[in-house]
Design a protein around this ligand. Sequence first.
Ligand SMILES: *Cc1c(COP(=O)(O)O)cnc(C)c1O
Length: 373
Amino acid sequence: MTQLDDLMRPDLRGLTPYGAPQLEVPVALNTNENSYPVPPEVVADIVASVASVAPGLNRYPDREFSQLREGLAAYLARSGTDVRADQVWAANGSNEVLLHLLQAFGGNGRVALGFTPAYSMHPIITSTSGTGWVDGLRGIPGGGRFDLDPESAARQAHDADPNIVFLCSPNNPTGTALSLEVVEAVYEAAPRAVVVVDEAYAEFARVGTPSALTLLEGRPRLVVTRTMSKAFALAGGRLGYLAADPELVGALRLVRMPYHLSTLTQAVAVAALRHADAMLQTVGVIKEQRDRIVSSLPGLGLEPVPSDANFVLFGGLADSHSAWLALLDRGVLVRDVGISHYLRVTAGTPEETTHFLDALAQLVSDPSMKGAP
Ligand SMILES: *Cc1c(COP(=O)(O)O)cnc(C)c1O
């Protein structure tokens, strides 16, 4: 390995790759996927769409993915925003969208700020693009340990003077959404930064939680990223997107690989978007399971963090890793996100949730499994 280390970029040496385990288990609740399969009528349209573009696969895809952009803009318009197609960008998952942002606005000698714990890929994509990372802090004295208030966020953004700021709302892994005041305050406090609000879980937010899409007007440095991987139940389709000022979107053409969205990806995503209602029909059930987890855990002596997403972070475990293993022994795969005394669980089907809650109840009936954070 020493030899490979000598060959490798010095800033990558010793880093660990993103690695949520992909294990065959009865109940997989570790990557915040939608547990429900794609509905049959959507499968039929996806298959027909793929069949109709297949003969043309000898040609490169539409580099501008125009039909897909129209579909994504129309989808965003459903939530009452007036995002136009020229404000939309898409790539193979929102992770690739984030990479494009870093390639265009980060890079050597430049800095990105995020407030951890947040999405683990933000610092990883940042460093692979050669961008420096500043680890901002969450927590409000006398308030929530994982909350972020406008004053603290703005002060940290001002001090770091970054080129990119990552905000995540609802935040993975903690679950709670940010107030729009935080976004506005950070935008003002970091005048040379592209401010990215990662809204991968927006569709699961509790009623009355506004999207940062409503702040786009008049803020040419603001970017809101979304994905079809979570509420939209299309993680395997690999389609993420963003909404921003058309000029900022134009800059991303400089860094994307030519024809980065395959004809098949475009056809599948366009077909799925035609059936947005069917694709989203499970969101209500999933939110009910999330709320059920949040309301059940205190009865087991555990401490859930309130959630606007399809997962719940909960504390009160003596040791996260042994609790993670004990759940796995009972066929339930959850996520150890590296926060001591806490684990994160995805809200799945009612049956999966029952299985998880039963396994957890068995586990904590052994008092040595519990411990104060
Ligand atoms: C799951 C997730 C994504 C989605 O990634 P894709 O590449 O679109 O599948 C993005 N951001 C956050 C915070 C996530 O949790």
